[in-house]
Design a protein around this ligand. Structure first.
Ligand code: PLP
Length: 399
């Protein structure tokens, strides 16, 4: 019998984010001064009090297996945070702590999907969603969030794609890549569709603390008992506390779903790292000032980046309300000429920016948007200033 490999695994798309980053890193290694706007993680170090708490955990010998779904004090801390910040009541049995929010999402879809079940994914989306859904046997159903609606989907659009196979919708607010937030009213309307048509809401709230100006995050599960029943809330410490490498995410759901995810996780990975769990506990219950300081810093960088972008020709964007990304429409750049050559594709633009201007950006085709580029402002102000100068020089050369 020939040796074959998994068709499911073969269907996974390699991430364009990683390939751009690899190309940029190769140029950097050869001595080129690259300004990178590609990163999806805070450039700040993990706050010292969190590191010290974790080091103490090692000294205390907290280096063995824990309960697969997480240690009780971390679950209690998550419940308190969900109550105080998100205004949702959960008990510890409803919390599953996992190896990063990506793992939490993977648990969710493995727990709820049967082959052929459909999951509604608003476009643009974080590029991992369709892959995780498909790996769990589901079928992504894409719905376009239109620019005039700030790249968000409406309840009516959602209702129009519901079938008897619809199992869930993913809502990511604040959004990667658009930086937009759903308002309470928009969430209420979508929640009503989920309640009427009976499907789950997977609320990916990873960037919940990173909001700017008057924009405030609203958790859909907080909007009433019926939507609470339908929602699986997912978050983690990676982005808010600069803890991407520690790998701690969590879900809050009904007890029965939590029990299913606990069972899955107990066989697939067992507990997330014991030391990281201690660190996440300290992040959630300890001093919040370092996190608030990072948010304020992101906001300043976002303001500067937007001020510069507003002055540049041919591009369009909406000022981010949260997360740390600016999502820029480059469609007007196409069909113009650069050095007597007609620009035909966003990939071509991205290559010119990287090779000639030494600026690395993320093309958003894998996020469901062929005409957009994502710039992360999780990089120093100095880099943003220089990167904006280079981007502007490129745009001014387009005829
Ligand atoms: N959800 C969104 C929208 C993200 O952008 C990311 C990371 O980029 C995650 C979830 C995953 O976070 P983690 O690093 O905790 O797995």
């Amino acid at each position: 019998m020939p040796t074959t490999v998994s068709e499911k695994a073969l269907r996974i798309k390699p991430s364009s984010t990683l390939s751009i980053t690899a190309h940029a890193n190769a140029l950097k290694a050869s001595g080129v001064n690259i300004i990178s706007f590609t990163v999806g993680e805070p450039d700040f170090p993990t706050p010292t009090h969190i590191n010290e708490f974790a080091i103490q955990a090692i000294h205390d010998g907290f280096t063995k297996y824990t309960a697969a779904s997480g240690i009780p004090e971390l679950k209690q801390a998550i419940c308190k945070k969900l109550k105080d910040f998100n205004h949702i009541s959960y008990s510890a049995e409803q919390i599953i702590v996992s190896n990063g929010a990506k793992h939490s999402l993977s648990n969710i879809f493995q727990a709820i999907l049967n082959p052929g079940d459909e999951v509604i994914i608003p476009v643009p989306y974080w590029l991992t969603y369709p892959e995780i859904v498909q790996l769990s046997g589901g079928i992504p159903v894409f719905v376009e969030g239109k620019r005039e609606n700030h790249y968000k989907v409406t309840a009516e659009q959602v209702r129009n794609v519901v079938t008897d196979k619809t199992k869930a919708i993913i809502l990511n607010s604040p959004s990667n890549p658009t930086g937009m937030l759903y308002s309470e009213e928009e969430l209420r309307e979508i929640a009503q569709v989920a309640i009427t048509c009976d499907f789950f809401i997977v609320a990916d709230e990873m960037y919940e603390f990173l909001t700017y100006g008057h924009h405030k995050h609203v958790s859909i599960a907080s909007l009433g008992p019926e939507v609470y029943e339908k929602t699986i809330t997912c978050s983690g410490v990676s982005k808010s506390y600069a803890m991407t490498g520690w790998r701690i995410g969590y879900t809050a759901s009904s007890k029965s779903l939590a029990a299913l995810m606990d069972g899955l996780q107990s066989h697939q990975t067992s507990n997330p790292c014991s030391i990281s769990q201690k660190a996440a506990y300290e992040a959630i219950v300890g001093d919040q000032q370092p996190m608030l300081h990072m948010v304020a810093e992101f906001e300043q960088r976002k303001n500067y980046m937007c001020t510069r972008l507003y002055q540049m020709p041919l591009i369009q964007f909406l000022e981010p309300e949260g997360a740390f990304y600016t999502f820029i429409d480059f469609s007007s750049v196409l069909q113009h000429s650069y050095k007597n050559q007609v620009l035909q594709s966003i990939d071509q633009v991205v290559s010119i920016l990287l090779e000639e201007y030494h600026v690395a950006v993320i093309p958003c085709a894998d996020f469901g948007s062929e005409q957009h580029i994502r710039l992360s402002f999780a990089t120093s102000m100095e880099n943003i200033i220089e990167g904006m100068n280079r981007l502007e020089s490129f745009l001014l050369c387009i005829k």
